[in-house]
Design a protein. Structure first.
Lengths: 457, 457
């Protein structure tokens, strides 16, 4: 059966566009979770028509199809947990159109996020979503996971920029949702249903984006605090003050130490926590916004410093992006959860998570997008040490319990995939799960597209 | 059967909360389409628990449930086309919480849009969506139809402000989607699926809104043009110039005449078309934005005038809102379609629609939200004159064909309901319709909630 499938794929796409070599399969067997599942075959379509053929074949042969962008996801969204075909978008990587009159961009799913950003910026336009992985993550993956990033405080997430999607359904039929308009209320909102669907409903072949004019100026401010909680209070106070920064990033002592030790960057001196805040707007407005934010931070006990120029600001943001790889070096295993709480609950959430460090005897490092209540909680453990691993599992469950108790959600930008599926019932009721399964059935009655994810089967 | 149903309803909710009196039924039999369908009974729940009871009863007795806000919809969304219970939200009209720390509001579905707006404005906060009916339309209805308004150019539509929904499903189970956070990627996006679902998936009992800080200042500018097309070109040029106004409203000569004649307001002197443009931002920024917009309008042949103060600006906006009722007086029947085209296609769309006036010998009046390509095309006819009516029907179909040819959509903010259902297949493919029906089945397997709408049955 497998041999026959491979033969048919070779005939459809050409030998050069499929591989079953063990060393290739290995490369497509993992993502940022470091879990590993070997696919049966990896396929590289170049056009929507080739995707149609692949989906038709998968339907006939009842073989799972796993869409894959850069494999940079944190919850296993692109892993072939039930085998089958990994369908990579890497050969569908063209920006097809930038429409300066309508402020839209049309791209193939394999375009790297940062490439779109730079291309539109050169034209004075702005694509705001900025996941930390933007230099390698793909836009198709961003849509599948509804990726976020620091700028979500002011500019929202991937969902807020998708105007339409061309996609191929299981069975091979191509559909188009949305168009070059902001207002569109004909039928249920399939566009936003596909955003965040984690590759389980349809294979995206084209994405239509809404762009903004590029903001004339930005400014960056650093605020140091003597406790995590105090920094959390400053975030709530900034939001309450009616200023809307572009980003408010939180970094705790553990993360500061790691960046210093492994990336050689000193960000926070002796501070226990730090906020990195960006504002944007008209040239003459930016200094005033920074002043107001500094005032609020000082009132909550912080000391502040404004980046003197673009170079210094960029250095700070590079340091911020270095955190995730740096802390990975502290312990053999890093469990990275991206909980979200209402912003007003941040001080409480941070204090309660801090208490877990002592309770379980594991370092817990917190950093992330405090401005929208989205904190990356990193539990440092060792998968090979049964005792430490068991403790970490308990700590994860307790982090989630605290999050939900404070009115939050288990995932702000990473999705459910396989890693959060066991905890899904803590957040979603059985009836809601039934609805999700009903939607899945409407799109994919044979459960061929990215099976084994999101607790759907 | 009907007698038994009424008895059970009386027992559940109290006699004072249900009515079958013919004069009452009449009041709940129509909406802004002026179509008429008499319900069997009208019910007035005050709490989510009462809605649960109603939905349980409807499930048992297999009676249609038609959610109803203010009945201000333009496509028949609240009409009981298959009889059954109209369930009015008018007793569920409380603003439950305004959370100034998280910039959110929690409301019942029967709250009037303008009331929320005024309440949050008094606290320095902003709820941007502004459908023309905002002084009487309800937020529940706005969510069901994904209402828009002029400010969508900069601020988006209702969808962009809904953070979460509490709703009762057919069968009576209550679900909650979303929470007080901007980022939330756990499961498919049921929140946005419910927005714009036209009362066919669930009965909303509570809505959680995202609010913004209120913009410090606004400014209004009037630009007069010697043709519709020229005004359309100015819109495209403004967007291309990288300025993002709050609103760009278009008014043609026919609408100007009607406002003058029936509302006694002179807006446009001898102009053939007019743009009413609002910008907002920091106090000192607003004059500069107005200047830039004026320059662009002049370059495309317009003459411009800035409203000297808030009073004059308000007068202009009142005149704009008077258009819809004023033109209704021109002919016995007004067919009001709210097509959307990509903004760059506006000049072409307006020119082609103008040509239909002559072709069919009917006045066609265009006005609306040009800034996002959303134009209200009003075909003036007489339903009682078979010849005129037939011509109007042909003109409607041709307006839609032009719209789709230019990459647009049949409805920007009014929805499908019953009036646009016959045209749905012009825009949505059979496979997409199947998907919509599959989603409907997952929520409402007995087809009890607002049946006969959106071409779903």
């Amino acid at each position: 059966m497998k041999g026959k499938l491979i033969k048919r794929l070779e005939k459809l796409l050409g030998e050069e566009n499929i591989t079953t070599r063990p060393e290739d399969l290995l490369c497509y067997s993992f993502d940022a979770t470091r879990e590993e599942f070997i696919p049966d075959v990896v396929v590289f379509p170049s056009t929507p028509e080739e995707v149609v053929k692949i989906m038709e074949l998968a339907w006939e042969e009842e073989v799972p199809v796993i869409p894959r962008g850069a494999g940079s996801g944190f919850t296993g969204g692109s892993l072939p947990v039930k085998g089958g075909m990994v369908v990579s978008t890497e050969k569908m990587n063209r920006i097809l159109e930038i429409d300066e009159r309508n402020l839209t961009a049309l791209v193939e799913p394999g375009v790297v996020t940062g490439e779109l950003q730079q291309t539109v910026e050169a034209l004075g336009l702005f694509y705001p979503p900025d996941p930390a992985s933007l230099t390698f993550s793909t836009l198709g993956g961003n849509v599948a996971e509804n990726a976020g990033g620091p700028r979500a405080v002011k500019y929202g997430v991937t969902r807020d920029y998708v105007l339409g999607i061309e996609a191929v359904l299981p069975g091979g039929e191509k559909i188009t949702t949305g168009r070059k308009v902001v207002k569109d209320v004909v039928g249920y909102d399939l566009t936003r249903l596909l955003v965040g669907s984690e590759g389980t409903l349809a294979f995206f072949t084209r994405i239509l984006w809404r762009l903004l004019p590029y903001p004339p100026a930005t400014g960056t401010l650093l605020a140091l605090f003597s406790s995590r909680e105090q920094a959390g209070e400053a975030v709530a106070a900034i939001i309450h003050s009616r200023v809307l920064p572009t980003a408010i990033e939180f970094v705790d002592r553990g993360a500061l130490d790691a960046v210093k030790k492994y990336a050689g960057v000193e960000m926070g001196n002796q501070a226990q926590a730090l906020l990195l805040i960006e504002v944007d707007g008209e040239e003459e407005l930016v200094p005033r916004l920074l002043e107001k934010v500094a005032e609020v931070c000082q009132q909550t006990g912080g000391t502040t410093r404004v980046a003197k120029d673009q170079a210094e600001a960029q250095e700070l943001w590079l340091a911020r992006r270095a955190i995730s790889p740096a802390i990975a070096q502290i312990a053999p295993t890093k469990i990275n959860e991206d909980i979200v709480v209402p912003r007003s609950e941040l001080p409480r959430a941070l204090a309660r998570i801090e208490a877990l460090e002592e309770k379980y005897g594991l370092p817990i490092i917190c950093f992330g997008h405090a401005g929208d209540g989205n904190i990356h909680v990193n539990i440092m453990t060792d998968k090979k040490d049964p005792e430490k691993w068991a403790k970490a599992q308990k700590a994860v469950r307790e982090v989630f319990a605290i999050t939900l108790e404070l009115g939050g959600t288990l995932s702000g930008e990473h999705g459910v995939g396989i890693t959060k599926a066991p905890y899904l019932s803590m957040e979603l009721s059985p009836r809601v799960m039934e609805l999700l399964k009903g939607i899945k059935r409407a799109f994919d009655p044979k459960n061929l597209l990215n099976p084994g994810k999101m607790g759907l089967d």
